[in-house]
Design a protein around this ligand. Sequence first.
Ligand code: FES
Ligand code: FE2
Length: 359
Amino acid sequence: MSRLAPLGNCHRALRRCWHPVARSSEVTDRPVRVRLLGEAWVLVRIEGTLRAFLDRCPHRLAPLSIGCSQGDTLACAYHGWRFDGAGRCVEIPALGTGAPIPSRARLEAPHGVEERHGMVFLAPEAPLAPIGDVPEAEDASFIAGDLPVLSARASAGLLADNFLDMAHFPFVHAATFGAEDPVVPPLTVSREPWSFVAVNEHEFVNREDPGVAAGIRPLVQRRRVTYRVVAPFHLVLRLDFLDAGGSNVIGFFLQPESDESCRVYSTIWRDDLDGDPGRMAAAVAFELAVVEEDLAIQQAYEDLSLPLDMTAEIHTKADRSTVELRRLLTDLVITAESAPRRDADRRTAGRAAMAGPAV
Ligand code: FES
Ligand SMILES: [Fe+2]
């Protein structure tokens, strides 16, 4: 069997997946450009409904993101062509009112665009995996804190790998976590077709617990760690504090923008802060410092891709969760490359039909 190529940010298989492309709050009735897998898309709310199109007007290929919404249409800034919510051109000012509109004058839409957990997700082609679920986001006992969206020269695959990796804590996070036991407790992994869960329980130093200072609980306490992963890059870490009570849930959703850049959307959900905004702000600042420590490592990589050939790296028992990530993404690549690509076929056929101008 031939060896699989590494997974770069613009791998074709990633077209068959949902990706975060913006926070919901970033998308208004003013068009905004986002980048995904090396392509530019425009997002806009037309009369309140979220729409996404390739950021390219079919007339002279100007970016639609410099246009504007006008009533129930998106208008191109260059020659004023207007497109309805389905992407059909409904007006060409240079032809005057009532002139026939060329049938090919329509915008290219992705397979899907949806909003979930305060983010906009886009799937260029029919997705194989669902959008990663975060039940805590809908649970009224949790409060949410968003980290600022981070942009980095990084590989989404390597960032996902880093999020799941527990062996780096004492080396990369000494300034934030403090001294940690370097031994990684065994993880139990349960796999579904397009997701997996990895769990372990261990002792840790609970510096956040007010019960420690009050002498109610010891400094070293028990914690359950649960990683939830949905392909390709929807990751959630849930920390359950088994002695002090409460949970800290960290969402980590990655947008592979181009071969060399990623955006990172991270939100934390807590049910142990008594709804206190000051404690949540401190928790967000702590998590941001942790992510920046990770990015310092990730941005130093020369090769921005995740190896899928299992002989390209050395794997140990301490790497159980990151091995499963490689298996999951390998299955994604193999399935995407063997399954029919209906959207892509349709797009290719559409381009072939552009034989010549009827003017
Ligand atoms: S390029 Fe958009 S209307 Fe001409
Ligand atoms: Fe880390």
